[in-house]
Design a protein around this ligand. Structure first.
Ligand code: IPM
Ligand code: MG
Length: 355
């Protein structure tokens, strides 16, 4: 039997609850195939700071790098908001991404027909939306030097090198080749020099993918177009901060941020995580939606382990649970037949996935 070693980083807030459900589903689907999972837990975020004084202990990096993939919950919470920046949970996450070299963040936004009424936009606008934000994750203004602040000034620097743009552009074009073969690159080239370089390099890389149609859009216009007519997009290629903002916006097309998974990939290893945060306000109540994390586990099977049939089973199980009207509280007012808890939803999906 094949064994996959998975690093589990549950994190803070609802992180532990939702990861537990993803594990339930993974074990259930594995029982239909000739592989099994060995999990190793590692600490990150506020919980890591509380225990070790560091939001990202070195051991967490070591465990992650010696695993086949990382499944990650969420980090952060108001409790740690006043710590010095380098001790904050978010700083741990950024360092983690950098150390693991996960430069490409893939954030799909899909509108399920079963939940078409949950979107804050009209059904005729969002029906059939299926797009993917490909966000550069370890460069740009999040990491640029110089940065700092004194009493009267604060400053950060947006830098991209040609090499960084080339590698993320290749990711976007490769993904587009498996989809509708359209890439829309997002920038602010009318104002920013870094964006002009971005646009020029993406245009160069595009010549290697003659089948893919490339367009460019300014980020402000893209924010508007996502609401006006989201179906025009297939792959949206973005830098770090633009992708952070646009992927949150895109997630709402689907009705709940609790639905959408993501994958962060690089040359070494992938990190699979829901796009939502740790939601400390609802932690421990058993009402969080585990679907984003369960779908992240499915992305892990597909992208990191090549177990596509198992991933398909999870995706089908999620769709079926929604179709049958099972809803966690966030979606309770949208065609619910039965409102269920976090762990009930996990069990329902695990059960369907094993069939
Ligand atoms: C995300 C989050 C993070 C980011 C935060 C928590 C540092 O918003 O993954 O989108 O900005 O990248
Ligand atoms: Mg974000």
């Amino acid at each position: 039997m094949k064994r996959y070693k998975i690093a589990l980083i549950k994190g803070d807030g609802i992180g532990p609850e939702i990861i537990d459900e993803a594990v339930k589903v993974l074990d259930s689907v594995a029982s239909c195939f000739d592989f099994y999972f060995e999990y190793v837990e590692a600490l990150m975020g506020g919980c890591a700071y509380d225990i070790t004084g560091d939001p990202l202990p070195q051991e967490t990096i070591n465990i992650s790098l010696s695993s086949d993939a990382v499944l990650f919950g969420a980090i952060g919470g108001t409790k740690w908001d006043n710590l010095p920046r380098e001790k904050r949970p978010e700083s741990g996450l950024l360092r983690f991404r950098k150390e693991l070299g996960v430069y490409a963040n893939l954030r799909p936004a899909v509108v399920y027909d079963e939940l078409i009424n949950a979107s804050s936009l009209k059904p005729e606008v969002v029906k059939g939306v299926d797009l993917m934000v490909v966000r550069e994750l370890i460069g740009g203004i999040y990491f640029g030097e110089p940065k700092g602040r004194d009493e009267n000034r604060g400053w950060n620097t947006m830098v991209y090198t040609r090499a960084e743009i080339v590698r993320i552009a290749h990711q976007a074009f490769k993904i587009a080749m498996t989809r509708s073969k359209r890439v829309c690159s997002i920038d602010k080239a009318n104002v920013l020099d870094v964006s002009q370089l971005w646009r020029d390099v993406v245009t160069e890389v595009a010549t290697e993918y003659p089948e893919v149609e490339l367009s460019h859009m300014y980020v402000d216009n893209a924010a508007m177009q996502l609401i006006r007519d989201p179906r025009q997009f297939d792959v949206m290629l973005t830098g770090n901060i633009f992708g952070d903002i646009l992927s949150d916006e895109a997630s709402m097309l689907s009705g709940s941020i609790g639905l959408l998974p993501s994958a962060s990939v690089g040359a070494k290893i992938g990190v699979y995580e829901p796009i939502h945060g740790s939601a400390p306000d609802i932690a421990g109540q058993g009402i969080a939606n585990p679907i984003a994390t369960i779908s992240s586990a499915s992305m892990m099977l597909r992208y990191a382990l090549g177990e596509n049939a198992a991933a398909d089973k999870i995706d089908a199980a999620v769709k079926r649970a929604l179709k049958e009207g099972y809803r966690t509280k966030d979606l309770a007012q949208f065609d619910a037949k039965e409102v269920c808890s976090t762990s009930e939803m996990g069990s329902i999906i695990a059960n369907y996935a094993a069939k």
